[in-house]
Ligand binder design. Structure first.
Ligand SMILES: [Zn+2]
Length: 479
């Protein structure tokens, strides 16, 4: 692309900033900024402060923490020197990370960044501290090369994404205007393969409930009472077993209402991805002999991107270490539902609660408590912003990006796109199928990290070229 050739000095600056970006990423990974309950919130604040310092180093102005009560801090910075005719681009990432449940199973300590085989291992090395560095490096490279950017940018780095952004509505109400932009770039999803970039045009939502089953006022000796008296844990297990049919498809009434089925054009696009089931099984680290579930008649990608799911995230029950031959008085499970793009998470939670209440055995007491409900998101991947991203990625990776869906959730996308009048959202990748975000041995492909930084630097030029001038030309995408 001509824009890429014209930006050769910026590309050289991205390259020269490589060691800086790597060092800054490692410093962020060393901070265990776990946003989940029960972890030290001071570490999330420490990571917000470190992110703020990084954005200042990147050349951004007005860098500060944006806060709402009870939420982990967001970090904001901007560069507004491109003038009123240039588009304003909001760059999103998050600095919080998932907890590490089993550090002993990691090949290297999760918060000690370690390079092996061209990958950087560590919690948050990809999801999403690499996203923070992609934005910072792209901005810094333009400042280094030209002393200015071709677009206005605002950077927002969230601190509670990994817990479902529970304060997002308040944040939008208080700080939405500060973030107002023409295009949103979210670097927090996956590339299709190593070396094959992707633009993501649909996300699933997430909804979470806690279900509690009670049978007794206190645990009982199973020898003195077992037989006639019901055990709450058995009741919970029986109840959870009703949530899927024998094929592993959710069996809750109404659960498939609103599910999208791809049209012809989308099916053709999916076919171009040359999806390989065996490769997918390997990427999912499935054991030999374990079957895929859902419905063999429906393509795997459709089940993965568009179907709702139900899975137990955790069960409160005595651990084996504390085992005694007792009847349990109470048992509790946290269930998470991935919500298909186009589905209503509140509706699914109502159906799930009804199902749980009507399927419980033996008159046991059951209560259902909502934790979070976030809708999915879908857009048509066309218009000038998508064209800009495709051109930038092709120039940086030497390959046109795959247009893909993603089964995961970024709560930020939909409310902000809507608030900015349907601003186009470009979801770009920093992960790849080997990354194992949220899991053990999370890692970043360092070669693709460098290309992602370059791609975003090119993207600024492409967006400036395609979206500058009147506001009509900016309204290319839809939410
Ligand atoms: Zn993430």
């Amino acid at each position: 692309m001509s824009r890429a050739i014209e930006a050769a000095d910026v590309a050289a600056a991205v390259d020269a900033r490589g060691p800086w970006a790597r060092g800054a990423l490692e410093a962020l990974v060393r901070i265990p900024s776990v946003s989940a309950d029960g972890h030290d919130p001071a570490r999330v604040r420490e990571s917000a402060d470190a992110t703020a310092a990084l954005l200042i180093e990147a050349g951004l102005d007005g860098v500060r923490l944006l806060e709402v009560p009870g939420a982990h801090p967001y970090v904001f910075g901007e560069w507004a020197g491109a003038g009123p005719d240039a588009p304003t681009v909001l760059l999103y990432a998050h600095h919080d990370v998932q907890p590490v449940a089993t550090p002993e199973r990691w090949a290297s300590p999760p918060f000690e960044p370690t390079e092996r085989d061209g990958r950087l291992f560590g919690r948050g090395s990809a999801d999403d501290k690499a996203g923070v560095l992609v934005h910072a490096t792209a901005v810094r490279a333009w400042v280094d090369a030209r002393g200015s950017l071709p677009v206005n940018v605002k950077v927002i780095v969230e601190g509670e994404e990994e817990v479902g952004s529970p304060h997002l509505a308040e944040f939008l109400a208080v700080h939405g205007e500060t973030l107002r932009s023409d295009v949103i770039v979210l670097t927090d999803v996956a590339n299709w393969k190593v070396g094959w970039p992707a633009l993501t045009y649909s996300l699933r939502g997430i909804a979470v409930v806690d279900v509690t089953v009670r049978s007794l006022r206190q645990p009982l000796h199973s020898g003195m009472f077992g037989g006639p008296v019901p055990d709450a844990l058995t009741g919970l297990i029986r109840l959870l077993a009703t949530l899927h049919d024998d094929d592993g498809k959710p069996a809750v009434d109404g659960f498939f209402e609103g599910v999208r089925t791809p049209g012809e054009e989308e099916r053709a696009r999916m076919a171009e991805l040359a999806f390989d089931v065996d490769e997918f099984r390997a990427e999912a680290r499935m054991l030999d002999g374990v079957e895929l579930i859902g419905d063999d008649g429906v393509p795997v990608l459709e089940r993965l991107w568009m179907w709702p799911t139900i899975s137990p995230d955790a069960i409160d029950a005595p651990s084996i270490a504390d085992a005694a031959p007792q009847l349990q008085a109470q048992a509790r499970a946290r269930l998470s539902v991935r919500v298909g793009p186009g589905q209503d998470p509140e509706f699914l939670l109502d159906r799930l609660a009804e199902h749980l209440r009507s399927h419980v055995s033996w008159g046991l007491d059951v209560s259902v408590e909502r934790v979070v409900a976030v809708p999915g998101w879908f857009t048509e991947p066309d218009g000038p912003a998508f064209a800009a991203a495709q051109a930038a990625m092709e120039a940086a990776f030497g390959r046109r990006p795959a247009l893909i869906g993603c089964g995961a959730t970024i709560p930020f996308v939909r409310p902000f796109a809507d608030a900015f009048g349907g601003a186009p959202c470009l979801l770009t990748g920093i992960e790849d199928p080997a990354t194992n975000a949220h899991g053990e041995d999370e890692s970043l492909h360092l070669g693709d990290f460098a290309k992602a930084c370059l791609s975003e630097a090119y993207l600024f030029a492409e967006l400036a070229e395609r979206l500058s001038g009147g506001s009509t030309s900016r309204r290319g995408g839809r939410s």
